[in-house]
Every structure is written in structure tokens, then in C-alpha cells.
Design a protein around this ligand. Structure first.
Ligand SMILES: *Cc1c(COP(=O)(O)O)cnc(C)c1O
Length: 463
């Protein structure tokens, strides 16, 4: 069997989604800053570095697979979002993208707020010292215990997601003698994914209360009537991995329509509007996300314009980026195990992780890129599929990518843009041990979430 490229096999153009073909790869050694964390580069020996540290050294010290997170990049992105939105807006980092004590401290230090959506996320946030009034509590099925903990802790807002929850939160707040600040999450009939959005007549999903049919207006009526609730605004989150602001424009138009209706009916102008998260990042060089200052400018303009035409004071805006902050800051470092060329098809490159550390490819057909990072190579590009070690043929990390044809077991390869929804969605499938998260800053690396051990697994197994 030959380990060379497969000239008779599918072409790069054939495997990429429409519109993504930008020519055959000319240089497999370049680490495109579009998809790699800010401080990633290569040293003179061709070894990739992050924060000045060689990935070979990181692999030796921390093992593979490992998530390597560029702390400077994370902090810079926090600052970029905070500065872009300015003093008359609030940025909430969506903790579900990736949350740990260190992350909470960075957010706190950089002046961001935090979204949590479970008791576990709330516990992590409070344990690491996030002031409760900078925490927003989300979720479509918060338990009575979670609601009580959140109110006792003094969270800044609870985002109400159903009619039952209005009653539950009001009841618990009253019992505790608290007037709880709340928002109502509405569904505006807009669904945005990547490059497109769909405006639908009705809202067929589990989150939020539909604007359609007057349901949201009824929720507002009920919340305003309850003394233990302070209704501060309306919340809308329209999707994920969104690249333009047209979906937000429709959402803002509809939410502000509700604000106007509330003003007309109740004589109340709600002071806040939360437009959610969902801003996209570059997973491959074909993606073109917008910078935070572009997004901030567009959202401010949309809200200001809509409010002017509705005769409303412009409310304070909140946004909730998760992926856009943490996604680009980390890559997953793997060691190449077996290599299986399938003539006329592609070469399967197996790594020491897989769907247990990155479920997004299997779950959403997500696209990723990959690079050889322990050295450079001038070998021919080889059409490859990077797969894991799990007992599942859908265990794919990178569906279509080119790697150099001289790739060999023991080489290190890395998948960029795995900071969001990879460690936070990691599983123990096949009793895999979830990889550590190693933060790199100022030429030093430290574990912020340690690798799981077999002892960890067996500790839960009490049969
Ligand atoms: C998931 C979620 C976010 C963050 O989404 P990203 O795509 O990571 O930006 C923000 N707000 C709410 C309510 C969410 O559910």
C-alpha cells in the first residue's frame, strides 16, 4: 500500500461544501491566524508554539489528547467585546461554551458578566468568586432547588422561560423576601444558523415563550402583576454560529414591537433588551466572522433605529457570546496512532481521542481544519479524515482535510478552534478519560482542568 496522495481519488473541491473551495492547498505548514489562537506560530525548527511554548514540550508534560488554551487570547477577546459594546451595554459570557474556575476569574478580572444554565455552572461561578449580581441564570427547566439557590445567592437576573417558571420564581422570591430581577425569554420566529436565517410564522422549539398569538404579552402581564418580580427586560436568542446581523435585525424589530405594546398597555418602558449570543467563529479559513466592534455597531444601530420609530427610549443592550470568546482560543493536541490509506478514497488518520473530546462533528456535521504541528513537511498533500479511537464509525473529528503524505504514527496533529462546546460536551464514551485543559500565558503552561483518571471513573462506579 502506498502512503502517497491518491491522484485518482476525490478532489478537494468535491468534498468541500459549496462555496468553500478556495483552490488546492498550497502550503500545509502555514498556521492560518484566522483559525488558530493569537499566539500560535512555528519556531525555526518548524515546531508549532503557543505563547512561546513548543507543542512537543506540552505533549510531553501534559500528555495527549489535551486542549491547549491561549489565556492571552481569551482575555483579549473579553476586552474586545467589553470595549466594543461600551458602558451602555453588558456582555455576558455564555458559560456553557466552556466553564472552569480559571475562566470565571478571567471573566471577573476583564469585567464581563456570566450566563449559567444549571446548578453546576452556578456553583462553579460562585466558587471562583464571580459576584452573584453579575450572573444571569438561564434554562428551560430550572429545578425548584436551582431557582432557590440562584435567588438565595442573589443572581443579577433570572431569565424566565415558561409560564410555570414565572409562578415558581415569584413564589420562591416571595418566600425569601426578595424582589428578583427577571427577564422574559421570547421566541421571535427567527432561527439563525451560520450564513442564513429563517423567519418562520411559528416557533417550534423548547426555549422561550412565543411572541406569536400574544403568549409573550400574556407572560409580561403576569410578571408585571407579581410584586416579587422586577421585570427588567425581554430576552431573545436566535441561534448559533451566525455570521451576519440580519437575523438580529428581525429579532430586535419584533422584541421592540413587544416593548412598544408593553408601554401602550402598561405605561411601562422596560429598561433592557438582551439579544443573546450565537456569533460565529472561523472553524476553517473559509469562514469569515465579524469583529466584535462591527457587531456592536450594527446591533446598537438596529436597536436605536427601531426604538426611535417606536417612540421608545433606547434600552440597555445585553449580548451573550460564548463561542465567539472561547472558541478560537484553544486547539486540541492529538498524537497520530494508526494510518490507513484507502486507495481511491482517502487516508484515515486515527488519533488518541475522538468523539469523546469533540462531539461536534458527529452531532452537527461541524467542519474543522487540522495541521501537523510537531514538525513541518514538504510532502504531497494527502486527502485525510481524522478519526478517533471509539467504537463507532461516526467517530470523526475532521471529515475532510489535507495532511502531508509523510505523516507517521507519533506525529502530533492539532485541531484549532476547539475552545467552545468540546470540553464542555466531552463524554466518557468507551470509558475514555476526558482530556485536561492546559492554559498557556506568558511563556508558562498550567493545568486548569486536569485529565480524568481511571480512579475518577471507578469512584462513581459504586456497584
Ligand atoms: C448557547 C447560548 C448562548 C451562547 O451561544 P454561542 O453560540 O456560544 O454564542 C447565549 N445565550 C443563550 C441564551 C444561549 O442558550
Amino acid at each position: 500500500m502506498s502512503r502517497s496522495a491518491h491522484p485518482a481519488g476525490p478532489r478537494y473541491a468535491d468534498v468541500l461544501p459549496e462555496g468553500h473551495y478556495s483552490g488546492p492547498p498550497t502550503d500545509l505548514n502555514t498556521l492560518d491566524p484566522k483559525v488558530w489562537a493569537r499566539t500560535v506560530g512555528r519556531n525555526t525548527d518548524g515546531v508549532a508554539t503557543v505563547g512561546g511554548l513548543e507543542v512537543t514540550r506540552l505533549a510531553e508534560e501534559f500528555g495527549t489528547p489535551a486542549y491547549i488554551l491561549d489565556e492571552d487570547d481569551f482575555r483579549a477577546r473579553c476586552r474586545a467585546w467589553a470595549e466594543a459594546f461600551g458602558a451602555d451595554a453588558d456582555v455576558f459570557y455564555a458559560g456553557k461554551a466552556f466553564l472552569s474556575r480559571a475562566v470565571v476569574r478571567w471573566l471577573h478580572e476583564e469585567g464581563l458578566n456570566l450566563d449559567v444554565c444549571s446548578g453546576g455552572e452556578l456553583a462553579t461561578a460562585l466558587d471562583a468568586g464571580m459576584p452573584a449580581d453579575r450572573i444571569a441564570f438561564h434554562g428551560n427547566n430550572k429545578s425548584p432547588e436551582e431557582i432557590e439557590r440562584a435567588i438565595r445567592a442573589g443572581v443579577g437576573r433570572i431569565v424566565l422561560d415558561s409560564f410555570q417558571e414565572i409562578v415558581r420564581v415569584a413564589h420562591t422570591a416571595r418566600e425569601l423576601g426578595v424582589r428578583q430581577r427577571v427577564q422574559i425569554r421570547v421566541t421571535v420566529g427567527v432561527e439563525a444558523h451560520t450564513h442564513e436565517f429563517i423567519a418562520t410564522a411559528h416557533e417550534d422549539q423548547k426555549f422561550g415563550i412565543p411572541l406569536a398569538g400574544g403568549q409573550a404579552a400574556e407572560a409580561v402581564r403576569r410578571a408585571l402583576a407579581l410584586d416579587s418580580l422586577e421585570l427588567i427586560g425581554i430576552h431573545s436568542h436566535i441561534g448559533s454560529q451566525i455570521f451576519d446581523t440580519s437575523g438580529f435585525e428581525v429579532a430586535a424589530h419584533r422584541v421592540i414591537g413587544l416593548l412598544r405594546q408593553i408601554r401602550d398597555e402598561h405605561g411601562v418602558e422596560l429598561p433592557e433588551i438582551d439579544l443573546g449570543g450565537g456569533l460565529g467563529i472561523a472553524y476553517t479559513p473559509a469562514d469569515d466572522p465579524r469583529e466584535p466592534h462591527h457587531i456592536a455597531k450594527a446591533l446598537h444601530e438596529i436597536v436605536t433605529r427601531e426604538c426611535e420609530s417606536a417612540g421608545l427610549r433606547t434600552p440597555r443592550i445585553s449580548v451573550e457570546p460564548g463561542r465567539a470568546i472561547v472558541g478560537p482560543t484553544a486547539f486540541t493536541l492529538y498524537e497520530v496512532g494508526t494510518i490507513k490509506p484507502l486507495d481511491g478514497l482517502r487516508t484515515y488518520v486515527s488519533v488518541d481521542g475522538g468523539m469523546s473530546d469533540n462531539i461536534r462533528t458527529a452531532l452537527y456535521d461541524a467542519e474543522y481544519s487540522v495541521a501537523l504541528v510537531s514538525r513541518t513537511s514538504d510532502a504531497e498533500p494527502m486527502l485525510s479524515r481524522v478519526v478517533g479511537k471509539h467504537c463507532e464509525s461516526g467517530d470523526i473529528v475532521v471529515r475532510d482535510a489535507f495532511l502531508p503524505a509523510d505523516l507517521a504514527p507519533g506525529d502530533l496533529i492539532a485541531v484549532p478552534a476547539t475552545g467552545a462546546y468540546c470540553r464542555s460536551m466531552a463524554s466518557n464514551y468507551n470509558h475514555a478519560l476526558r482530556p485536561p485543559v492546559v492554559a498557556v500565558a506568558d511563556g508558562a503552561a498550567r493545568v486548569i482542568v486536569r485529565r480524568e483518571t481511571e480512579e475518577d471513573l471507578l469512584r462513581l462506579d459504586v456497584g
